[in-house]
Design a protein around this ligand. Structure first.
Ligand code: PLP
Length: 396
């Protein structure tokens, strides 16, 4: 049965993904089921999206109620779910102004536009530069791709948007070297995701922030993957005490409803995008707003962030155990429930084997096993994951 669906998919869908040979059907907590009824422990959560676990009744009920009331209007009118969502998002982030998008990449696009407009209003020039990082990932649209530090993703689609330069993450000198009087923003992921789970170092963050303040350059932090409690704080930058001028959030923000947002301080908001500068048909519609509200409420009611802080040391200890046991693992990197096992070779076979054994994992780059489970995992799930992964590694 599964085979036929996969064949149909490969005839109808554009082949832009090498998908795992599984058709998923339903989810329950931290488990997924394929259409043949096989159960999988999910340590990917749709790539850091389904933080609250599958089939969450409170979340589903809130969405169903909103669907029956009003799904969409337009950004030419106000709606209560979006207003409430913006207020809640301001409260948890400490930022001042919110623009809702439908995805992470669109949040990145908006951030780039805000930074360019801010600089344009200052000096009237049109050739401002952005410094991004090597190994970064910011999405697949043209602007987001332009700041993505992976030449393989960019090459066939050049020319990119201009005036982007790439520095090395955690190497302040490499950033400083690239700064000119045209630099309008320095952008990076607080913890790099796709590029290999590289957390920013505190000193790097602090030095970049000081440089930004000195030269009136905007600090833009991409919290799309590492945000929403994954590192044990709502946003990873809060761990460092280094506040951005603009930040992006998405993925777990809607827990499955496609939403994103870019947020800024009042100072940037007052001196950048204004009426007519930016828009979206769907962004912040009532359904999206209801999803964000419920997600943020459930984070609070269920103490999700303190749970992440409780469970993470256990996960780290278990992963370190594997790293010690197996020569093929060089080590572990990451913060909280965003971890990477760095291997000496490609990890594709390990991930395929895990899937056979009922465990869903994903890579980050060729040789890193990425661990980004739902934030509600318990010790028993960590044990189950480590047992299966241990067997897979033993068979290599
Ligand atoms: C996933 C991701 C994006 C892109 O988000 P989409 O919703 O896929 O457009 C951007 N930045 C980071 C850090 C991401 O992990």
């Amino acid at each position: 049965m599964m085979k036929e669906y996969i064949e149909e998919a490969e005839k109808a869908l554009l082949h832009t993904y090498n998908r795992y040979q599984v058709v998923l059907d339903k989810g329950e907590g931290v488990y997924l089921y394929d259409i043949e009824g096989k159960k999988y422990l999910d340590f990917v959560s749709g790539i850091a999206v389904f933080a609250l676990g599958y089939h969450n009744k409170a979340y589903n009920d809130a969405l169903k109620a909103q669907i029956d009331k009003l799904i969409h209007t337009s950004n030419y009118y106000y709606n209560i779910p979006a207003i409430e969502a913006a207020k809640k998002l301001k409260a948890v982030s400490g930022m001042d102004r919110v623009f809702f998008t439908n995805s992470g990449a669109e949040a990145v696009e908006g951030a780039i536009k805000a930074a360019r407009k801010y600089a344009y209003l200052k000096d009237g020039h049109k050739d401002h530069e952005i410094i991004a990082m090597e190994h970064s990932f910011h999405g697949r649209t043209m602007g987001a791709l332009s700041v993505t530090g992976n030449p393989k993703y960019r090459e066939a689609f050049e020319p990119m948007i201009g005036n982007i330069k790439f520095a090395r993450m955690n190497c302040f000198e490499s950033v400083e070297e690239l700064v000119t009087d045209k630099t309008c923003a320095i952008m990076f992921e607080t913890v790099q995701g796709e590029g290999g789970i590289y957390p920013a170092e505190k000193e790097f963050m602090e030095k970049v922030k000081a440089l930004c303040e000195e030269k009136d350059i905007l600090l833009i932090l991409d919290e799309i993957q590492c945000g929403m409690g994954r590192t044990g704080m709502m946003y990873a930058w809060q761990r460092y005490g280094v506040k951005p001028d603009i930040m992006m959030t998405a993925k777990a923000l809607g827990c499955g409803i496609p939403v994103g947002a870019f947020l800024m301080t009042e100072r940037v908001a007052a001196n950048s995008l204004t009426s007519g500068d930016h828009g979206t048909t769907y962004g912040g519609n009532p359904l999206a707003g209801a999803a964000i509200c419920k997600v943020l409420d459930l984070f609070e009611e269920n103490g999700i962030i303190s749970h992440v802080n409780e469970i993470s040391p256990y996960l780290e200890e278990k992963l370190d155990g594997l790293a010690e046991k197996y020569d093929m693992i060089e080590g572990r990197r990451g913060i909280g429930l965003m971890q990477g096992l760095v291997c000496k070779g490609p990890v594709g076979d390990i991930i395929n084997n895990a899937m056979e054994k009922g465990l869903i994992l994903i890579n980050a780059g060729v040789n890193i096993i990425r661990i980004v489970p739902p934030l509600i995992i318990e010790k028993e799930h960590v044990d189950e994951m480590v047992d299966i992964l241990d067997k897979c590694l033993a068979e290599m």
